[in-house]
Structures are given as C-alpha cells and as structure tokens.
Design a protein around this ligand. Structure first.
Ligand SMILES: [Mg+2]
Length: 317
C-alpha cells in the first residue's frame, strides 16, 4: 500500500490572523476563545479525508470559519493513528482540503462545521502526490534477543558438575525458543567437573522429589555433545546472556565449556546478572510455573520475571 493510500486525515497547524473571522454557535468569536482547536496563535485540527469530519469536535457546536492564513500554515497527511506520512510542499492553504463551498485561493481556510463535526458541502479531496513530500518513517527498533540460562548441578563451586542445562531465548515480548538437555554425570566427572556431598544431599531432600523426578526423566548425554547442541541452538552471535547470579550459571557453564574443549558461544561482555535485577527496589515478585529446580522451567520463569521487572522499572530490554 502506498503512503498516499494509507492517508486517512489531514492535520492542520495554521497561524490565524484574525480569530474574529469565525462564528461559533452563531456568535462572533471576538477574542478567539470559543473556537475548538486553538492553541496559542495556531489552529490545530485533524480532519477525516473521506467524510470531512473534524476529529474531536465538541458535541453540539457549530462554526462558520473564514480564517486568513496565507503562507503561515503547515499541513500533513496522517494515518488513522495520527502518524504523519507526508507534508504539504507549499505553505499556502491546500484549497481542495480546507475550502468547502467556496474558493480560498490559497489564502483562506473556509468551512462551516455543523453539529457532529461534519463540514458543509464537503467533497473528498484528491491527493496529488506531487504536492506532498513523503516523510521518512522510522522503523520501530528491532527487539533485542536475550538468553536466560539455568543449570542444575551436583556442586556449587566454579567447576561444579552440571547435570542439566535449561535455557530460553526471549525478548521484551516473551519467549522465542527453548533448550533443555540432561548431562551424563559420569562423563562430566571424568572431564574434571566436581560434585560435592552437600549438594548431593540437598537433592536427596523430600522437598526436591519433583525436581529429582524431572531431572532423572531427561535423557543424559556426554557433556561435549550437550554443549555442542547448546552452541548450535545459541547461534554465532553473542547475545545478552543471563544467569541467576553473576557468579553462578554463566561461570559454571564457562568451566564446563573449557572442560569439554569447546569455545563459549558468547563473549564475556554479554554476561548479565538476573539476581541483581530481581533485587532492585520496585522489582515485582516472580510468578513461578512448572517444577522448581527443573532447569528449563526455572529458565522460563526467570526470563518471564525479568521481562516483568524491566516493564515495571521502565528499563528497555
Ligand atoms: Mg534451577
């Protein structure tokens, strides 16, 4: 659809010489205080091109307008949302759009507005593209894609043994894609990753029954295979990559990549800390879904929570 086909309104900003050249509800508008759309020296209205209705015209009001403007006006074609699409090249009044029932010769805006905001004797004007300068319309900024990691482990040190990796790609609008793999702990241990008894016993706790079941139901693959799949899922470009704690998920993943002889898919400059974000004053609470300590369910809940936090704090993601 061309720019001109999208145009639904004309927006007027005209410097009026004599406000008394209008009658509002049958009375001369002596000091220009009665007319709708006055802002300082300007008359600012938007008119529907198809049916000639002045937008937001006050209920029950009429006006006979005969404003002298000459070259002291600016006029735009806009779409329905008010977005300016094209600007009138001349500064003189676009007659066909703003003079109805008589001639204004580019100097006058002439129209009678009836109750309901309609213009008397209105004729839908034809848009001549040569008379309008098309404006460059900025494309909305592309949303940044982020990654939220969550790992389950059998330790808490920097080189702890990872049993599963959950991750989601997301942007300010929501989740884009997910990753979830279990890791063979015997293979990971053989590559040098460490388990510690305290964390193993933490997993034994009755409270972790659902999390244990979820973990044990995952197929388990060698660490190098899982990390290779993760790299393929992640892609070639570094993305802002979040972990729950600056010192946890991303650090332990870095150790695992090193142990498996794989390169990290993101540069360290892209490390981000979700734990810091959720501790900020004014951050809303998380609404968790799924099984707590299932890596994918955690990553998903954390990403959705982060989107919510960013919205609440007015921080663009
Ligand atoms: Mg977790």
């Amino acid at each position: 659809m061309s720019i001109f086909e999208q145009a639904t309104h004309i927006e007027v900003e005209a410097e009026v010489r004599y406000w008394e050249d209008a009658c509002v509800n049958g009375l001369i508008d002596e000091d220009g205080s009665r007319i709708f759309g006055r802002e300082g020296d300007l008359w600012k209205v938007r008119i529907d091109l198809l049916d000639g209705i002045v937008q937001d015209w006050p209920a029950g009001e009429t006006a006979e307008i005969h404003y002298k403007v000459c070259d002291q006006g600016v006029y735009w074609l806009t779409d329905d949302s008010g977005r300016r699409l094209a600007k009138w090249r001349s500064h003189y009044v676009p007659d066909d759009f703003l003079c109805h029932g008589t001639e204004g010769f580019g100097d006058y805006i002439i129209m009678n507005v009836v109750v309901g905001g309609g213009i008397e004797h209105y004729r839908t004007p034809r848009i001549n593209p040569d008379q309008w300068e098309v404006l460059e319309i900025a494309a909305p900024p592309a949303l940044t894609t982020h990654v939220m990691n969550d790992i389950e482990t059998l330790g808490t040190g920097d080189d702890a043994l990872i049993t599963s990796i959950g991750a989601v790609k997301f942007n300010a609008n929501g989740i884009i894609s997910v990753f979830h793999q279990g890791i063979d702990p015997v293979n990971a241990q053989a590559l040098g990753l460490k388990l510690d008894a305290r964390t193993v016993f933490w997993w034994f706790d009755e409270e972790r029954a659902d999390a244990r079941r979820a973990l044990l139901s995952l197929p388990r693959h060698p660490l190098a295979v899982v990390l290779q799949r993760y790299r393929e899922w992640y892609g070639d470009e570094s993305l802002p990559t979040w972990g729950n704690g600056a010192s946890f998920d991303n650090v332990l993943m870095r150790s695992a990549f090193r142990a498996a002889g794989h390169e990290m898919p993101w540069d360290f400059r892209f490390d981000r800390c979700y734990r810091t974000m959720k501790s900020l004053p004014g951050a809303p609470r998380m609404e968790r879904s799924g099984v707590h300590h299932d890596a994918l369910d955690d990553a998903r809940s954390q990403a959705l929570h982060l989107i919510d936090i960013a919205k609440h704090l007015g921080v663009p993601l």
